[in-house]
Design a protein around this ligand. Structure first.
Ligand SMILES: C[S@@+](CC[C@H](N)C(=O)[O-])C[C@H]1O[C@@H](n2cnc3c(N)ncnc32)[C@H](O)[C@@H]1O
Length: 349
């Protein structure tokens, strides 16, 4: 994912994370050369600043958020380079409206979320996201709280099966959790390769397999440790509160569990209807968003060829209308009822 041959960014260094569907995101946010208005955008997922710097270059003033202290540290150079047009805040995007208020940013013309891990997080072995590199079994974007090692060392086998089965969509979750529980009795888990090789031994690996047998379990642990589905669901409601009438919400996701949440949110907030390319934007009396057609874009063939990561990307967007923000109702997402991260933390202490 990291390509040292790619252009240099605004700061002048090599691009560390190649932004996905950037042009589509800019155009959905109305950051086009034809739009001369100066827009205020919240970038909830700063990462390496690819989106943020492009938005500033397109004329926006940006408040960016990231929960990863490394992203905040490394972004300082870009902030000083962009001369008052970019501010960078450490925090979780579920609080994006509160963070905007605390930082006197005011209402936004756009909110963008580019969900998932950055190439820097995946590439650095010590962050523990990758089953291909040996490092501590960590996976915490914020570098605090319960780690992936805590989860596999503490969680009850039945809960582990649910987490791996539901968040990893691993059909053989019970095999994996049984093997984990047996192994940790001999020696607690501390490294990524310790877990990856156990899963490989347990599930086996055929030459025809497209993915490593540990892929799904690692995905499940990452989503669980970072509470990614809850964070995304709450962020969508926060964006609804923060956006001005006419403002745009743009969300790029990389797997079906996340995309489903965004789809359900827009379905709920447009009054349960999907627009049609041939009809005016949906306008329902309780609706807070309007969408054009399905409000869904995918990466172009050209982008998919040069950046394989973009092949699974889905961009959904909607335009905020002037109705008051609706009630926060996380039940619209039908999130799985899993053991809580806080309960696990208490058990570990
Ligand atoms: C895919 S990267 C974003 C890349 C960015 N668009 C760019 O062009 O460089 C996702 C980033 O979002 C951050 N992130 C993920 N979940 C978050 C959350 N709940 N709150 C704040 N930041 C989050 C991650 O730490 C990571 O840096």
């Amino acid at each position: 994912m990291t390509d040292s041959n790619i252009d240099t960014d605004v700061v002048g260094g090599p691009v560390r994370h190649v932004p996905v569907m950037l042009n589509e995101a800019l155009s959905c946010l109305q950051l086009t050369p034809q739009n001369s208005k100066s827009l205020k955008i919240v970038d909830g997922t700063f990462g390496a600043g690819g989106y943020s710097s492009a938005m500033v270059q397109a004329g926006a003033t940006v408040m960016a958020i990231d929960r990863d202290p490394n992203a905040i540290r490394d972004g300082a150079e870009l902030v000083s380079k962009l001369d008052g047009k970019l501010s960078l805040v450490a925090g979780e995007f579920r609080y994006l409206d509160t963070l905007a208020e605390e930082n006197d940013f005011g209402q936004a013309d756009g909110v963008v979320l580019d969900i998932g891990v950055s190439s820097m997080q995946l590439d650095e072995a010590e962050r523990g996201f990758s089953f291909q590199k040996d490092g501590p079994l960590d996976m915490r974007m914020s570098q605090s709280g319960v780690s992936a090692a805590d989860v596999v060392n503490i969680m009850k086998q039945s809960d582990l099966t649910r987490v791996i089965g539901i968040l990893g969509e691993e059909r053989r979750a019970s095999h994996v959790s049984r093997a984990i529980v047996r192994e940790r009795e001999k020696m607690p888990f501390s490294t990524t390769l310790q877990l990856a090789s156990l899963i490989e031994k347990t599930l086996g690996r055929r030459a025809t397999d497209k993915i490593h047998p540990a892929t799904r379990t690692f995905q499940a642990l990452r989503i669980f440790v970072n509470q990614e589905l809850e964070q995304l669901g709450e962020a969508l409601f926060a964006a609804e509160r923060l956006l001005k009438a006419g403002g745009r919400l743009v969300v790029v996701t990389f797997h079906s569990l996340e995309d489903r949440l965004v789809k359900l949110f827009f379905k709920d907030r447009t009054g349960g209807q999907e627009g049609s390319r041939h009809l005016p934007l949906v306008n329902h009396k309780d609706a807070t968003f309007e969408i054009d057609g399905k409000g869904l874009l995918k990466a172009s063939k050209d982008e998919a060829e040069v950046n394989p990561r973009s092949r699974s990307a889905k961009l959904r967007w909607g335009e905020r209308n002037d109705h008051t923000a609706g009630k926060v109702d996380m039940s619209i997402f039908g999130l799985p009822n899993l053991v809580s991260l806080n309960a696990l933390q208490l058990k570990g202490e």
